[in-house]
Ligand binder design. Structure first.
Ligand SMILES: C[S@@+](CC[C@H](N)C(=O)[O-])C[C@H]1O[C@@H](n2cnc3c(N)ncnc32)[C@H](O)[C@@H]1O
Length: 284
C-alpha cells in the first residue's frame, strides 16, 4: 500500500479543504454578478475602492461590513485583484482602503458592449449554470448512483431531482427558459467570433444551413451576418422557438431533432450535452 509523507498529507489536507468548499466559488461568482460588482468596477475605470463599490451596489447598511470578505474571497481565486491597503487603513481587520480591479476573468463578466473588443458579457452564461435546478441536480448524484431504477438508469441526476430533464423544466418554468437561453446565447456569441474569425472557410460553398438545437439563434445570426449568401435556420424545441421574436434574418423551426431535421446543405450542431445524453439513441 502506498505510504505518504507528513508533508504530502499536510498538502492533501489543504487540497481537501479547497475541494470541500469548492461550491462556494461558484456561489460567490454568481453573487458577484448579481450584485453587479464587475460592472461597478468597470464603470469606475477598472479600479474601485470599497466605498466606491458600496456606492454602486445595493447593499443594506447591516450587510456593508461583509462586502470586503466577499471581495477577498473572490480575489483569492482570481475574479478580482485587490491592492493591499496600508496598515493604517485597515478597519476592523478588513481592507477598508483596498483598491479592487478587474482580472481577465471578471472582464468577461462586464455588460458594456465593446468593453472586451467584440466579446459580449459571459455573465448570462454563469447565471444559466448556477441555477437552483443545476445545484439541486448535482446534490442528487449519490442518490442517482445508489438507486437501482432499471430502465431509468440512463436518466441523469437532473431528472432524479426535478422529475424532468432540463428541457422539460425549461418548458414548465418560463424564467428558467429565459435564463438558460440567454446563457447559451452569450457563450455562443463568443465561440462564433472565434469560429468565424478563424475557420470561416468551412462555410465556402454552403448555401443553406440548419443550426440543430440552435437555441435562440445566436450562432445562426452570426453566420448569416458574416455570410449573407447562406440561408440560416434554427431547429429547436417549441418553448425555445416560441420565445424568439422573428428577426427576418433567420428562420426558426419548431421541432424535435430526434424525429427529423429539415433538408439543408449543412447541419450545424453545438449541442454537446444532448448528443452525449442521447448517444445510444443517435449512434445505435
Ligand atoms: C446546450 S443548448 C445549446 C443551444 C445553442 N446550440 C447554443 O450553443 O447556444 C441545447 C439546445 O438544444 C435544444 N434541444 C434539446 N433537445 C432537443 C430536441 N430533441 N430537438 C431540438 N432541440 C433540442 C434545447 O432546447 C437547447 O436550446
Amino acid at each position: 500500500m502506498a505510504t505518504f509523507s507528513n508533508e504530502e498529507l499536510l498538502q492533501a489536507h489543504t487540497e481537501l479543504w479547497d475541494l470541500t468548499f469548492g461550491y462556494l466559488k461558484s456561489m460567490a461568482l454568481e453573487c458577484a454578478i448579481k450584485l453587479g460588482l464587475p460592472n461597478a468596477i468597470h464603470r469606475r475605470g477598472g479600479d474601485a475602492t470599497l466605498p466606491d463599490l458600496l456606492d454602486a451596489v445595493s447593499v443594506p447598511e447591516s450587510k456593508k461590513a461583509h462586502l470586503p470578505r466577499l471581495m477577498r474571497f473572490l480575489g483569492a481565486f482570481g475574479i478580482f485583484t485587490a491592492d493591499a491597503p496600508a496598515a493604517g487603513e485597515r478597519a476592523n481587520g478588513e481592507e477598508a482602503g483596498a483598491v479592487y480591479g478587474l482580472t481577465p476573468v471578471s472582464r468577461l463578466l462586464v455588460d458594456d458592449s465593446g468593453a472586451n473588443g467584440s466579446c459580449g458579457s459571459l455573465s448570462p452564461f454563469v447565471l444559466s449554470q448556477t441555477t437552483k435546478y443545476h445545484v439541486k441536480a448535482a446534490m442528487h448524484l449519490p442518490e442517482w448512483f445508489t438507486s437501482d431504477d432499471g430502465a431509468a438508469a440512463a436518466e441523469m441526476p437532473f431528472r432524479t431531482a426535478h422529475g424532468a430533464d432540463l428541457w422539460g423544466v425549461m418548458d414548465r418554468d418560463p424564467k428558467m427558459n429565459q435564463v438558460f437561453n440567454a446563457g447559451m446565447g452569450s457563450d455562443t456569441q463568443l465561440a462564433m467570433d472565434f469560429v468565424i474569425g478563424n475557420y470561416g472557410d468551412v462555410f465556402d460553398g454552403v448555401t443553406s444551413l440548419v443550426d440543430v438545437g440552435g437555441g435562440t439563434g445566436s450562432a445562426a445570426r452570426a453566420i448569416a451576418k458574416a455570410f449573407p449568401h447562406v440561408k440560416c435556420s434554427v431547429l429547436d424545441l417549441p418553448n425555445v422557438v416560441n420565445s424568439v421574436p422573428p428577426d427576418g434574418v433567420v428562420e426558426y423551426i419548431s421541432g424535435d431533432m430526434m424525429s427529423s431535421i429539415p433538408a439543408t446543405d449543412a447541419v450545424f450542431l453545438k449541442v454537446r450535452y444532448i448528443v452525449a445524453m442521447n448517444a445510444d439513441l443517435v449512434l445505435g
